[in-house]
Write a protein that binds this ligand. Structure first.
Ligand SMILES: Nc1ncnc2c1ncn2[C@@H]1O[C@H](COP(=O)(O)OP(=O)(O)OP(=O)(O)O)[C@@H](O)[C@H]1O
Ligand SMILES: [Mg+2]
Length: 722
């Protein structure tokens, strides 16, 4: 059906058709049509299971528009990752704000909307953010709610992200039992079961706008899943040959490998062969890109320089050790076609939306902590493979695995190419987060008695798949913990959060983190604990990720641990938890170096932390420092050194620079430069001329002027009475 007709028959403004046509949408794809026939625009709940790039989003968009323009209803658009949220936000805002639709986004502490968040017609949230808003009893969230979109819903099966989504869905459905749900996924084999859980109908399709071929490469031969065989020339090794073939035809390639180190090694190896194929014009553009990426951060590190060197040759690596700003630049350059090849980790597959003509999945093993190396799930293979084929650019997409021998080839065929994705199963019981969700449920007011708790959780996928018996048991244990630690109190037949429980839930930290912090703060009160002791307290909470120990480090860390004081009891070397303790000490040392202004390069050298790791660690730690400060306030505990810790972690500076990093454009490096030049805060800067800043290292005239103006504004504000 033509889009114009659809728009007319649904009573939507004609402009919708014009907007979509300008984005290349003229006719509906078959799965879109099927979804609409099943009632997507008539308020019916659906699970839409259709391949990558089959246009699932458009169905959701049309349903949003229908809700907003015809009923004045709000849509919550839930996505599992921040990067996906920003992408959706930019896209929807550009497309639909001309219609007067207000699009909002809220992820972590980053909120943006025209007007207030509560006024957004379409509000894009990460699952965590939705959960957090619900705990703050943001009742506006469900008022006027017409539609909830659950994008990438297969991530229900991801142990770290899925459980939150289950609980959010349960909460939204408790508030608004008849709200329309649209769940979208490209890799869901049990769509009917998930639909059943959501009281929805499953719409399943295998339509692809660009045909996908999958194959296994072995010794120069590509065996495709349809049984045909083809030779690949070159002799420079499987990855290089497979890359060169496609780049030579004007296509782009994504290479998935197991580790960060491998992404870098693969990109390096591809640099020389690719460089030869670049035109002088391309070389110039790539040089520019390389300089931008290297200069994206205030300080560049070995990994930044290595990335820049690869970029100049038309190839990039992409992994969690890179700063988000650098990753974005790489992604953008790939989408624009400037970059021909990106080598990325299989773990990051969910976070990159980069279609390419050929997707090479070189490594199919991953290290699972505590379990060792194992095959990655077929679901992840299908997610990666699905990225092959850029609509409008590629005549076909190709996903290729690399076999080591004939036996391996058969195994890869059976395990991945011919196997459907695994069934989506609830991860709620394994997640260890049940106490957190239970506390959140009580604090948000969804349940205030044991039976209401069970009723609430009976709406989760866990209950749907495993029944209530197991759930009752798990909830019983979680409740015991909350009662014993005084996060929840039981009286008058009801369950009530204590002020401690309420604060912990609203800070969005794990109840166990709350307990650990309370314990540590009590021990620290009235003393002046060392930096390392305070940082270790944060590192010991389950909300802080660990850093893997390198074999050689253990001895050194043990030595250091013996000589240092900690707030919490230290396990003996033979006791359980000792290795984790050393890992926490490593995190604490890295954080201590960071807040004492060790350079990013030193952090990389000493702790193996890339700029992306420092970024994540410091965000987590800064939040926990803030949480600790709030808890200290609640319990009336005075802990020296805690106050400024959040800001120091955030900016990576000593106390004396805190006034200076308040200025935008001034990070830790420039703040130190200013300090050395005698500036202690905005007032001193405001008293001088902008020219005196412009002469300092790391400042140019434009930045100097901007910083000076802001300093003046800030110091005037500070100087104003009352
Ligand atoms: N009917 C259509 N005609 C032409 N292009 C379309 C149509 N529907 C969607 N598209 C375009 O196809 C591209 C992919 O669509 P979309 O992002 O919705 O895929 P998806 O099904 O959500 O895939 P994924 O599983 O990767 O999230 C978009 O650029 C979209 O504008
Ligand atoms: Mg999508």
């Amino acid at each position: 059906m033509r889009i114009e007709e659809l728009v007319r028959s649904e009573g939507l403004p004609e402009e919708v058709a014009h907007i979509l046509e300008s984005h290349g949408v003229r006719d509906l794809y078959p799965p879109q049509w099927a979804a609409i026939e099943a009632g997507a625009l008539a308020g019916r709940s659906l699970v839409l299971a259709a391949p990558t790039a089959s246009g699932k989003t458009l169905v959701a968009e049309l349903a949003c528009l229908k809700a907003a323009l015809k009923k004045g209803g709000r849509t919550l658009y839930l996505v599992p990752l921040r990067a996906l949220a920003s992408e959706k936000y930019e896209d929807l805002k550009a497309k639909y704000s001309p219609l007067g639709i207000k699009v909002g986004i809220s992820v972590g502490d980053y909120d943006r909307v025209q007007g207030r968040l509560a006024e957004a017609d379409i509000l894009i949230l990460t699952n965590e953010r939705a959960d957090s808003l619900l705990r703050h009893r943001a009742s506006w969230l469900t008022e006027g709610l017409a539609l909830v979109v659950l994008d990438e819903v297969h991530l229900l099966t991801d142990p770290s992200r899925g459980p939150t989504l289950e609980v959010v869905v349960a909460a939204l459905r408790q508030r608004r039992p008849d709200v329309q749900l649209l769940a979208l996924s490209a890799t869901i084999s049990n769509a009917r079961e998930i639909a059943d859980w959501l009281s929805a109908q499953a719409v399943v399709s295998d339509f692809r706008p660009v045909p996908l071929r999958t194959g296994v490469y072995l010794d120069g031969e590509l065996l495709l899943s349809d049984g045909t065989k083809r030779q690949v020339d070159g002799g420079l090794g499987p990855v290089t040959d497979l890359v060169r073939e496609v780049v030579g035809e004007g296509g782009q390639v994504l290479v998935f490998v197991a580790t960060r180190r491998s992404t870098q090694a693969a990109a390096r190896r591809l640099s020389r062969p690719l460089q030869a194929s670049l035109s002088p014009e391309q070389k110039r553009e790539l040089e520019k890109l390389a300089r931008r990426v290297e200069g994206a951060l205030e300080e560049s590190t070995p990994v930044c320089r290595e990335l820049a060197a690869c970029l100049a040759n038309g190839v990039a690596f992409h992994h969690a050790g890179l700063h988000p700003a650098q990753r974005r630049l790489v992604e953008q350059a790939f989408r624009e076609g400037l970059l021909k090849v990106v080598c990325t980790t299989t773990t990051l597959a969910a976070g990159v939306n980069l279609p390419a003509r050929r997707v090479i999945i070189r490594d199919l093993h991953r290290y699972y902590p505590g379990l060792g190396a194992g095959w990655i799930p077929a679901l992840e293979f299908h997610q990666m493979a699905g990225r092959a084929g850029r609509p409008g650019l590629d005549p076909y997409g190709e996903a290729v695995l690399i076999a080591k021998g004939e036996e391996d080839r058969q195994e890869l065929l059976a395990r991945y190419l011919l196997a459907p994705p695994e069934r989506i199963v609830s991860q709620l019981q394994q997640s260890g987060n049940l106490p957190a969700y239970l506390l959140g449920t009580i604090v948000a007011g969804y349940a205030s008695s044991s039976s209401q708790v069970v009723e609430f959780f009976s709406r989760t996928l866990l209950a749907h798949q495993y029944g209530l018996e197991r759930l009752r048991e798990l909830l019983g244990e979680a409740l015991q913990f909350l009662l014993a630690e005084e996060l929840v109190r039981s009286w008058g037949g009801g369950l009530h959060p204590t002020p401690f429980g309420e604060l912990v839930a609203k800070l969005y930290i794990h109840p166990l983190s709350g307990v650990v912090l309370r314990e540590g703060l009590r021990r620290a009160a009235g003393r002046a604990p060392g930096e390392l002791a305070l940082l270790h307290l944060l590192a010991h909470t389950p909300d802080m990720e660990g850093l893997r120990l390198r074999q050689a480090e253990a001895g050194e860390l043990a030595q250091l641990a013996r000589e240092s004081e900690f707030l919490l009891p230290v396990p003996g070397p033979q006791e359980p938890g000792y290795r984790e303790f050393l890992e926490e000490v490593k995190v604490s040392l890295a954080l201590r170096a960071w807040i004492n202004e060790a350079s990013e390069a030193e952090l990389e050298e000493e702790f193996g932390l890339g700029p992306g790791d420092t970024y994540r660690l410091r965000e987590e730690a800064a939040w926990l420092a803030y949480a600790a400060d709030r808890l200290a306030g609640l319990f009336g505990l005075e802990v020296m050194g805690l106050r400024g810790l959040r800001a120091r972690l955030r900016y990576g500076v000593r106390e004396e620079l805190l006034e200076l990093v308040k200025l935008s454009g001034v990070g830790r490096v420039r703040a130190r430069v200013l300090f050395e030049a005698g500036f202690r805060g905005p007032e001193e800067i405001a008293r001088k001329k902008p020219g005196s800043l412009a002469r300092l290292p790391h400042f140019g005239p434009a930045l100097a002027k901007q910083v000076w103006e802001e300093a003046r504004r800030l110091s005037q504000l500070a100087g104003e009475p009352g």
